[in-house]
Design a protein around this ligand. Structure first.
Ligand code: ADP
Ligand code: MG
Length: 417
């Protein structure tokens, strides 16, 4: 019996190991059909080599992948699995066909109802929830067995004890593995992002700094030259033009410095109201040209310290992207909502634009990633860099064809001393 249990556990590990080996570096290519296929293989293997108790009863772990897919994937993913399970069970035949069909239908109808809430739970709670779900489902099955058999004896209770313990413990172990893998992927992505930002920020700081000095020196000498009396008006004109262009170059360098460290001259301690209203006013004409209605709600009392220019630039980049996403759809609504929640400033920017796929979302903030013909692919990088400097986080929800929401969570700070 113990060998059969270990074997069943090995079957459960198959999808986990395959994911770890082949998809850890590209989670987006792991699509639902692969998930269904791997789970179906596991379930079939479990059915072929079930666990036989000494009392003569047999049971297997096929419902663990079924319940997990139902919880993580909802109806859309568990339905094909349900079909495969019942067709193959029907094919194998025997007296267990009807109970298996009824029970899987019960799980199919009940468990995916909780899928949306399950996904939003913290990893720890997910492990607990999945094990509980597994335990409860098995308990329901066993209770229904009592009605079918009509009586209970010692052997039945041995089966019950074994099945319940095995199901909840195995589910917990598999869930711990899954959550560990997911956490590792997230951690690595964050590290890569931080690395990118550090490189860009350092490069921006050093290059801008190096270019600024010669620019200042050149413009100083040109101004001196301009005071000379033996210059013709035409020559003076040339010098004025050169000074103007130098000033423009200085402006570009300053803009690029916004990637770099916050500048003390721009630091403020505030609730961002001024920056949000200022940037909204800047963007209004651009929105109205593109038939975009702007809705704005401000309700935040929390404060933090930040570089005013950088925050403004960051917001403008987000608004611009949102409006550009709605441009091709002939207009839409841009909703900007600022509130406070548990010591965090929450900025939500929602558009009804073209939206993004999961893969596109994962590429946001990578340098030079742009889908626009005239895009620079630096806008989102600047957004991530700014929010990162504020120790905040960005959550992106998007549906292709329907729209996108950027949710910025920025921790409030007590007054700096
Ligand atoms: P750029 O705007 O120059 O293309 P960004 O870094 O600002 O560069 O944005 C990168 C890409 O992210 C865009 O080209 C676009 O494909 C996508 N994107 C950003 N924001 C949105 C949005 N609100 N809706 C849809 N796609 C977006
Ligand atoms: Mg942009």
């Amino acid at each position: 019996m113990f060998e059969a249990l270990l074997l069943n556990f090995l079957f459960l590990l198959v999808p986990v190991v395959i994911y770890l080996l082949f998809f850890e570096n590209r989670p987006h290519s792991f699509n639902r059909w692969l998930l269904v296929l791997l789970s179906a293989i596991t379930m079939s293997l479990c059915m072929i080599l079930p666990i036989r108790l000494e009392t003569g009863f047999t049971f297997d772990l096929r419902y663990i992948p079924f319940i997990l897919v139902a919880l993580f994937g909802g109806y859309a993913n568990v339905l094909p699995l349900y079909a495969i399970l019942n067709i193959s069970r029907f094919y194998v035949g025997g007296e267990g066909v009807l109970p298996s069909f009824l029970f899987s239908t019960f799980v199919l109808l009940l468990v995916p109802l909780f899928s949306k809430r399950f996904i939003l739970l913290s990893p720890r709670k997910r492990i607990l929830a999945a094990s509980t779900a597994s335990f409860l489902m098995m308990a329901c099955y066993l209770i229904s067995l009592i009605f079918v058999i009509g009586h209970t004896d010692r052997q039945f209770w041995i089966l019950t004890l074994n099945a319940l313990a095995t199901y909840s413990i195995m589910t917990a172990i598999i869930m711990i593995l899954i959550e560990r893998i997911l956490a590792n992927i997230q951690k690595r992505d964050r590290m890569i992002q931080t690395e990118h930002l550090n490189v860009v920020s350092e490069l921006a700081a050093s290059v801008s700094h190096e270019i600024r000095n010669p620019l200042t020196v050149t413009s100083g000498f040109l101004q001196l030259l301009n005071q000379s009396n033996n210059l013709s008006t035409r020559e003076k004109e040339f010098i004025d033009l050169s000074l103007q262009e130098l000033q423009r170059a200085e402006q570009i360098v300053s803009d690029f410095l916004s990637f770099a460290k916050p500048q003390s001259a721009n630091m403020v301690y505030s609730n961002m109201q001024e920056e949000l209203e200022y940037t909204r006013n800047i963007i209004l004409p651009y929105a109205s040209i593109n038939e975009v209605e702007v809705q704005f709600r401000f309700n935040n009392k929390l404060k933090t310290s930040y570089d005013r220019n950088q925050v403004q630039q960051c917001l403008i980049n987000l608004y611009k992207n949102a409006i550009e996403a709605m441009k091709s759809k002939g207009g839409g609504v841009l909703s900007i909502d600022i509130s406070d929640k548990k010591q965090n400033i929450m900025i939500s920017i929602h558009d009804t634009g073209v939206g993004m796929t999961k893969e596109e979302i994962s590429r946001l903030g990578k340098p030079y990633y742009s889908t626009k013909s005239e895009g620079t692919g630096l806008g989102m990088l600047m957004v991530y860099s700014t929010v990162h400097k504020l120790k905040g986080s960005i959550e992106v929800q998007s549906e292709k064809g329907h729209g996108t929401t950027f949710l910025l969570t920025i921790p409030a700070e007590p007054l700096p001393s």
